[in-house]
Design a binder for this molecule. Structure first.
Ligand code: SGN
Ligand code: CA
Length: 552
């Protein structure tokens, strides 16, 4: 018997012995009030919960739903199998804190003001979690935010301080001040998220829950249970691992993100500092050994013993081989070391996603919960010889995006449209049935999720600012369509690049001065100008940000 049948039965059982209609009136009044409240609650319940999971620097090449040649991520893939994978999702500015500011505000960096990791985030501006909270959602955030220490619009939060640590991390919390937790960060963040779902979630409200992993950010430290397996693996090299940057401008040539030249020996490849000394290897950066101390050095005795039991023999083997290794051998060795630790740290993220999905299913929440998996940007896994991000070239410009929404998204769907992290805020507000502020610049992705992508944008705008700075990627803005990319590198250069995305997917040949591309070049210039106006970006703003940067 459902609620309505119950009420009907109650009315008839009460009504029969009552001869006088007047006597029934107060009872009817109570029953109708009950009905009304029940209806309201049903409406509230109908609003979906949202679980937003974001990793840090997780390249789409390292998710088997996109590409299984490097890594298997069976749990993250479940989101795609039960929902939709976006194969052309991208960011507006490929770097951590700016990407998060775009996510929270629904506005490009030049409008929300967080143009790089260095500039402050203006906390007086409205972020979408505040709107969700005001609209009746229970909200919580766990993990890496990367700016500020008091995220607005959250009923509960525990966030890492700045970049955070892989082992025994410190968190800023809403209710307990600053705390240090013993253990592996990815697992701790998963546990906090689960604990909140199990013990703090309020049944009477829909929830918006952010699970923001630090992994797989540099320096890529896996969990103990993954050391052995991943350090024994050998991964396929990308075809551009030995890129010489010919055919492109000065930006690619001058960037400092080459796996061989710019990764730290101790900090990144995990060569013990004393082995570096024995071999006469000098530090890549003056904080190379310090980075090792900051990460591996932070482990407690038993964590360190587990680490040493696996990593010590690898580094002793390297010590023995090193004198006979060519530059090419060294690049190959460093690439494997990089992939082993990077992909090893993703394995725990995948484990965590599995635990969260399992809990949603077991608790019955899955049916009315939207699950989103994404990253704050993509990452180079040896393509062009690189690690890190920042550039608009595919691997860091694109970002994974997988969404599961039972009843709305058909299982196993694929969307190829040009969606951006700019769209996340308006989309989640729309999912919650809450109004989207007119000054948000993103699009609502719900029609795409429902399988109707007609009339969606055909070009996106991109703008990267953090220069000069670590990795030395020059400032650039660009327009990207499904077929082409037109990029302007500016500030200490004035260089244009044009790529044919279909003919040259590896982006090795700048066609800007190729006579057969002059027509499309002209068209793209016009479109880019229009996009700059549409999104309220301008040369005046470019100049202003450069001068602010100098004065920092
Ligand atoms: C650190 C990293 C860089 C990385 C920036 C920004 N070096 O400085 O490689 O580009 O963070 O990353 S590290 O060895 O100190 O980790 S971001 O994800 O926060 O934008
Ligand atoms: Ca990042």
């Amino acid at each position: 018997m459902n609620f309505f049948e119950g009420i009907a039965k109650l009315i008839s059982s009460l009504a029969t012995p009552m001869k006088n209609f007047q006597n029934i009136l107060p009872i009817l009044f109570v029953l109708f009030s009950l009905l009304w409240v029940h209806n309201l609650q049903a409406q509230k319940q109908a609003r979906p919960n949202i679980l937003f999971i974001m990793a840090d620097d997780h390249a789409y090449q390292a998710i088997s739903a996109y590409d299984s040649s490097l890594a298997l991520t069976p749990n993250i893939d479940r989101i795609a199998q039960e929902g939709m994978a976006f194969s052309n999702a991208c960011v507006t500015n490929s770097i951590c804190a700016p990407s998060r500011a775009v996510l929270l505000t629904g506005k490009h960096s030049h409008l929300n003001g967080k143009i790089d990791n260095i500039s402050p985030f203006d906390t007086t501006q409205v972020t979408f979690p505040q709107i969700l909270q005001g609209g009746g959602y229970q909200t919580a955030m766990f993990g890496k935010l990367h700016f500020g220490n008091n995220p607005k619009g959250f009923d509960q939060f525990k966030i890492l301080i700045d970049q955070g640590n892989y082992y025994n991390p410190d968190f800023i919390t809403k209710n307990e001040g600053q705390i240090r937790l013993e253990g592996y960060t990815t697992d701790l963040i998963t546990d906090m998220t689960l604990d909140w779902l199990q013990n703090e979630r309020d049944d009477a409200q829909p929830f918006f829950l952010m699970c923001l992993h630090k992994a797989p950010h540099r320096e890529w430290l896996p969990a103990k249970r993954h050391y052995k397996k991943f350090t024994q693996m050998n991964f396929p090299e990308p075809p551009t691992l030995f890129d010489d940057y010919e055919g492109r401008g000065s930006a690619a040539k001058e960037a400092e993100m080459n796996v061989l030249e710019h990764q730290n020996w101790a900090g990144d490849s995990k060569v013990y500092p004393e082995i570096m000394d024995e071999l006469g290897i000098t530090e890549t950066a003056d904080w190379d050994k310090a980075a090792f101390e900051r990460t591996v050095g932070r482990m407690n005795e038993s964590q360190r013993a587990s680490w040493d039991s696996v990593y010590r023999p690898i580094m002793e083997d390297f010590r023995d081989k090193y004198p006979r290794m060519s530059k090419k051998d060294l690049m190959k060795w460093r690439y494997q070391r990089y992939m082993q630790d990077y992909l090893g740290s993703i394995a725990s993220v995948d484990d965590g996603v599995g635990e969260l999905l399992d809990y949603l299913e077991e608790s019955g929440l899955a049916e009315n919960t939207i699950v989103i998996y994404t990253s704050d940007q993509g990452f180079y896994l040896g393509e062009h010889g690189w690690f890190d991000k920042r550039f608009i070239y595919n691997e860091s410009f694109k970002t994974p995006l997988l969404v599961k929404w039972p009843g709305t998204i058909s299982p196993n769907s694929l969307n190829t449209q040009m969606v951006q992290n700019l769209d996340f805020a308006p989309t989640m507000l729309s999912m919650a049935g809450v109004g989207v502020p007119a000054d948000m610049q993103g699009e609502n992705l719900i029609p795409l999720l429902e399988g109707n992508g007609k009339g969606f944008r055909k070009a996106v705008y991109y703008h990267y600012y953090e220069y000069p700075a670590i990795h030395m990627v020059k400032r650039h803005y660009a327009i990207v369509t499904e077929d082409y990319k037109l990029i302007h590198f500016y500030h200490d250069v004035d260089e244009w690049e044009l790529y044919d995305r279909k003919k040259d997917p590896l982006e090795l040949k700048n066609e800007y001065d190729n006579p057969s591309y002059q027509k499309i070049r002209k068209k793209l210039h016009k479109q880019l100008k229009k996009l700059r106006v549409k999104y309220k970006d301008s040369e005046e703003l470019d100049r202003e940000f450069i001068s602010r940067y100098k004065n920092n």
